[in-house]
Design a protein around this ligand. Structure first.
Ligand code: AMO
Length: 437
């Protein structure tokens, strides 16, 4: 806000009997005859403006009484102590300017108690976001991203940006979005996988990227969208996959603790608290996870994806043991992409998922850094290594052992705040049916 305009939360007892100017959305107008109350909302809260008919000019009284809801008004007035107003004060106006009138009827209510269909909310997201509890999620998401940055920069990581228009996918053909690149076939990046790995051969040995990732997800679920923010990292010169787990565990814990500490105001608006996960995060192998969910009666076989239901069942088992966040490691090699290192002599791989209350939030692993073995893995997966020459080249001329992860930022925020649907953590979600707003 400009220095002349005050936020609701900045006004206090020291302002009593002084003149201030506020600007915000007209949340409510209550005309009681001799006095009109106008509730003005800004980013941080609301201010009650009291307009006594006898004490203000008639034109001002008439203008304030006929304000339409959700108009933006700039109001100058004197701050008066008030025991009736929630904030302990109210403003008696001396002038008012409607900086942007709102048409009526409104496409949806902002403070009405009636519940609005999700589709209506997302169709009019600008209006939906006027609700403090809806907006609070994005204040919290921003704090979470700051925590991630802080932790990684402290730990020697360099922030990088890799192309989002790419020539080949890394996460399977099924979820690629095709684009026409000057007559050539190209795709929207599903993940920075190939690029962050190539950087490991350069000397930039710890990198991270927080940016959009695109997946043509065919299914409508509460945890899949077609555009999400992926927090990726890659680190070289590792001794084992455990080095990677340590950094990601440190980062996730730092982020959750940081949000619990620094986002209190926004968490209160949302009516929630963040539970601090117990550390160290327990490590269970895929085989153990499978046994645990099989014991609950789920018909999963070795090699099967745990799936939404399996992850949920495991979440309940782990939470009963006091753990909200836990590792699942060593998935079958068959289920993992070409870039994951095999655990020789077993059908498993050096891979992991990080699950938070029954939902995968990150996956990663140690990568196959040996050129010959990488080529074999391409062949095993039925992929042509030549098509990935730009990537495999980086392995033919000196590539240190390395590993990393991709974490869905929205899934982390969703789980941290206990939100029912990932879309609540995205300003303008993209899914199979939604391309606007
Ligand atoms: P993966 O495909 O498991 O791994 O994705 C990593 C994380 O990204 C999030 N995510 C999604 N979030 C919302 N909507 C989606 N459609 C969606 N798809 C994925 C999840 C998931 O855990 N390259 C590897 C990572 C690596 O090995 O470094 C990868 O992309 O939270």
């Amino acid at each position: 806000m400009s220095s002349a305009i005050r936020y609701s939360k900045s006004i206090g007892t020291e302002d009593f009997e002084r003149e201030v100017t506020i600007e915000g959305w007209v949340q409510d107008v209550r005309a009681l005859g001799g006095i009109t109350f106008v509730i003005v909302r800004d980013r941080y809260g609301v201010v009650q403006v009291a307009v006594p008919k006898k004490k203000v000019p008639p034109e001002l009284f008439a203008a304030m009484t006929s304000l339409s809801r959700e108009s933006v008004a700039r109001i100058t007035g004197v701050v008066k102590k008030s025991d009736q107003a929630k904030a302990g004060f109210e403003i008696v106006p001396t002038s008012m300017d409607v900086t942007s009138p709102a048409q009526s009827p409104l496409p949806m209510g902002v403070v009405d108690k009636v519940s609005v269909e999700p589709e209506t909310r997302f169709d009019h997201r600008f209006m939906d976001l006027r609700k403090p509890e809806v907006r609070a999620v994005f204040e919290i998401k921003s704090i979470a991203l700051k925590m991630i940055d802080e932790y990684l920069l402290k730990n020697g990581f360099v922030e990088v940006f890799t192309p989002k228009i790419v020539a080949s996918g890394a996460e399977g053909g099924a979820t690629l979005f095709n684009i026409d690149y000057f007559g050539r076939k190209a795709y929207l990046a599903q993940s920075p996988q190939l690029y962050k790995q190539m950087l490991m051969s350069t000397g930039l040995d710890r990198v991270f990227e927080i940016g959009p990732a695109f997946r043509a997800e065919p299914s409508d679920t509460i945890r899949h969208v077609s555009e999400f923010i992926s927090f990726d990292a890659e680190m070289a010169h590792i001794s084992s996959m455990r080095d990677v787990l340590d950094v990601l565990e440190g980062c996730v814990q730092y982020t959750i603790e940081g949000v619990a500490r620094e986002a209190v105001e926004h968490l209160t608006k949302l009516g929630t608290r963040v539970r601090i996960p117990r550390t160290p995060y327990p490590v269970i192998t895929y085989s153990e996870a499978l046994e645990k969910v099989q014991a609950q009666g789920m018909a999963l076989r070795m090699g099967d994806d745990l799936g939404t239901e399996g992850e949920k069942a495991l979440g309940q088992i782990m939470s009963a043991e006091g753990f909200d966040v836990y590792w699942i490691v060593e998935y079958p090699e068959e289920a993992k992409p070409f870039y994951i290192m095999e655990k020789d002599g077993t059908p498993f791989s050096y891979s992991f998922d990080l699950d938070y209350c029954g939902q995968e939030i990150a996956s990663g692993g140690q990568r196959e850094h040996r050129f010959d073995r990488l080529v074999q893995r391409f062949e095993k997966k039925g992929l042509d290594p030549e098509a990935f020459r730009f990537y495999t080249n980086a392995f033919a001329f000196g590539m240190p052992p390395h590993g990393g992860w991709g974490l869905g930022v929205e899934r982390l925020v969703q789980k941290m705040l206990g939100l029912p649907n990932i879309r609540e953590t995205i300003l303008f979600p993209r899914d199979r049916t939604r391309l606007t707003p």
